[in-house]
Design a protein around this ligand. Structure first.
Ligand code: HEM
Length: 231
């Protein structure tokens, strides 16, 4: 964190009095209206939080999405040939199964009971999104990619981005990133495959965010195939 602070601090300091419409300048302006003593530490905290929220999550999810594709010949073929709708459905299934964020914490507003367990006001609960996303009561064949799921839940009804008033601010961008990356990689590298190495995929590691930490692939580069890059 200290290293990341040092990397981001020049960008944060440079925008302290800026009236530009970028995120850092806006954070300085809004923060000062919220807290009298809003300072560098506060803006830096928002920026490092946003940096992680917008980069690590997507990177881990993409890594997981490609493991799903590259370990299932039938699936990769369907996603390659199925058009936009299939790519969108695949992206939702990848988010549901391996959407990187495993859990979020919540503080309880009032006494309640969940699943026969009493939970008192102000207690902290750990909502396991990853478990809910594999609930067989909600998703038939929960451990598999099902591109045409309809009920009881549709593909996009997962909890990868959380739910309710506080949920992922970047969900639309994240969805677009997963869809566009899958589309581009399959288009640009038609022969992409898992590398034939002795190393197994993975391990599947992490605490708050989980992903296959190591995925080696082989593919023929565009220029070697003599084709121009897609736009
Ligand atoms: C696949 C990628 C992503 C996943 C799985 C993901 C997931 C999540 C989850 C589960 C939360 C927690 C909400 C809660 O507290 O219950 C969250 C919050 C947040 N995400 Fe994402 N996210 C992703 C990508 C992004 C991107 C690309 C951005 C922005 C560029 C972003 C910005 C944020 C922000 C700002 C919050 C905090 C919202 C708040 O505190 O109200 N996320 N995300």
């Amino acid at each position: 964190m200290a290293e990341l602070d040092d990397m981001l601090r020049p960008f944060v300091d440079a925008r302290r009095h800026s009236d530009a419409p970028d995120f850092i300048s806006e954070t300085w302006r809004s923060g000062s209206t919220l807290l009298e003593d809003w300072g560098e530490r506060d803006t830096l905290g928002m920026v490092t939080g946003m940096f992680f929220a917008g980069s690590d999550t997507t990177m881990h999810t993409l890594s997981n999405a490609f493991v799903l594709l590259l370990t299932n010949d039938e699936l990769i073929q369907r996603v390659r040939t199925g058009g936009d709708d299939t790519i969108e459905r695949f992206a939702e299934e990848a988010l549901r199964l391996h959407g990187a964020v495993q859990f979020r914490l919540r503080k309880v507003n009032h006494d309640t009971e969940i699943g026969g367990v009493h939970i008192g006001k102000d207690e902290t609960v750990m909502n396991l999104h990853a478990a809910a996303n594999r609930d067989p009561g909600q998703f038939a064949h929960p451990g598999s990619v099902v591109l045409d799921r309809q009920s009881p839940k549709r593909p996009q009804d997962h909890l990868a981005f959380s739910f309710g008033p506080r949920s992922c601010a970047g969900a639309a961008l994240a969805r677009a990133e997963v869809q566009e990356t899958v589309r581009a990689v399959l288009e640009w590298f038609p022969d992409i495959a898992l590398a034939d190495t002795a190393e197994p995929i993975g391990p599947y590691t992490g605490y708050a965010l989980r992903s296959y930490s190591r995925v080696e692939t082989t593919f023929t580069a565009q220029h070697e195939r003599g084709a121009g890059l897609a736009s």
